[in-house]
Design a protein around this ligand. Structure first.
Ligand code: MET
Ligand SMILES: [Zn+2]
Ligand SMILES: [Zn+2]
Length: 373
């Protein structure tokens, strides 16, 4: 009886032959992974941001696929695509019987979109995280509309600041001095002038990317009870994203001095204040980068290394000393994370699986490093 070609082979026979290829020869059997080496961590978050359903062309939780192949859903880009790409790449590699020196772990974590305080921020402090012995991590990135792929090596730090202004209350028909609104207006002006300055700096320098300057938006204004009552308190909330090269102490002093310059009774508080930005090197001194970029080069993928403008769980991973890159393999894709009609083309999704299928063997085969011992 002649043997069948591989395409006709019974899957049980394929599995048997894969098992036979693993050299478990005594006295030094290769059982596979080398647990003395640090591992590769593939992280993704399972939560997504809310939707405004009326602005969507299709139900955002139906995962409708149009005739061109675009899949519409909340999470299509951020970041359910990546979770499944990790799983599919790992599955392919397992089916093909590959074993690598380094272990690959996947984590699927909650609450990233609300800051990760009950998710990755806690998890990195747990013994279970340390038991993973992560030497390098991948987490989410952002789509790129061009042919290139963006990869993030650092992040801006979220600072959520609420400025509260207190002043004289009274009848709103009067030219009252020292009102809360007047002083709050001054702080708002100072901060929005700073915003304009950073915006101009970004606009005027083609070498600067969004993540390299500090952004701020006024996101909430609160206070007041009636048209004709001058309120004693008003507040303004700002979402700052502070670039990693900023002197944090000096920047906080600047915020304080804008409040002081506005007058008495103007204070600020932080709802979020990340103080530990880390940069993962993107040169060949970093063996993880060398492996990552080598695969991309071999696959003819153009990489655009940038600083993540938003915040991801990678900040917690990097802060405990694990180098990490933010990468969602989506090129030729409009940036639609958190937007209406978030969508991803199925071909881009599938290409991403191919990319991870090449990246993972390279990363999991990075030779022993001084940090492994
Ligand atoms: C600042 S908490 C992180 C939530 C979300 N990923 C953002 O960047 O806004
Ligand atoms: Zn995300
Ligand atoms: Zn998000």
């Amino acid at each position: 009886m002649t043997s069948k070609g591989p395409e006709e082979e019974h899957p049980s026979v394929t599995l048997f032959r894969q098992y036979l290829r693993i050299r478990t020869v005594q006295p030094k059997p290769d059982y596979g992974t080398n647990p003395t080496l640090s591992s590769i961590l593939l992280n993704s978050h399972t939560d997504v941001v809310p939707v405004f359903k009326e602005h969507w062309s299709h139900d955002p939780f139906e995962a409708f696929k149009d005739s061109e192949g675009y899949i519409y859903a909340r999470g299509a880009q951020d970041m359910k695509c990546v979770s499944i790409q990790y799983l599919e790449a790992v599955r392919r590699l397992k089916v093909e019987g590959h074993r690598f020196p380094r272990t690959i772990h996947m984590t699927f974590v909650p609450d990233e979109e609300v800051g990760g305080h009950q998710g990755m921020e806690l998890f990195v402090q747990r013994p279970e995280f340390h038991a993973l012995r992560a030497g390098f991590a991948l987490d989410e990135g952002i789509a790129n509309p061009t042919d290139a792929f963006t990869v993030f090596y650092s992040e801006r730090s979220p600072w959520w600041v609420r400025v509260t202004s207190t002043g004289r209350p009274g009848h709103a028909s009067r030219f009252m001095e020292d009102t809360a609104a007047e002083k709050l207006h001054k702080v708002v002006n100072s901060i929005l002038a700073f915003r304009e300055k950073e915006w101009q700096r970004l606009q005027s320098n083609p070498h600067l990317k969004e993540g390299s300057v500090t952004s701020v938006n006024l996101t909430k204004l609160e206070g007041g009870v009636a048209y004709n009552v001058i309120p004693a308190t008003m507040s303004a909330s700002f979402d700052f994203r502070v670039a990693p090269d900023v002197d944090f102490k000096a920047f906080e002093e600047q915020l304080q001095s804008w409040c002081q310059a506005a007058g008495e009774g103007v204070t600020l508080e932080f709802a979020q204040k990340w103080m530990h930005p880390q940069v993962t090197p993107t040169d060949d001194s970093n063996p993880w980068w060398a492996a990552f970029s080598r695969v991309c080069k071999d696959m003819n993928l153009t990489l655009e290394p940038e600083i993540m403008p938003a915040a991801t769980d990678n900040r917690y991973i990097r802060a405990v000393g694990v180098p990490a890159l933010g990468f969602s393999p989506m090129n030729r894709t409009p940036v639609l994370l958190h937007d209406h009609d978030e969508r991803l083309h199925e071909a881009v999704f599938l290409r991403g699986v191919d990319i991870y299928t090449r990246l993972l063997p390279a990363l999991a085969s990075v030779p022993a490093l001084p940090s492994d011992s």
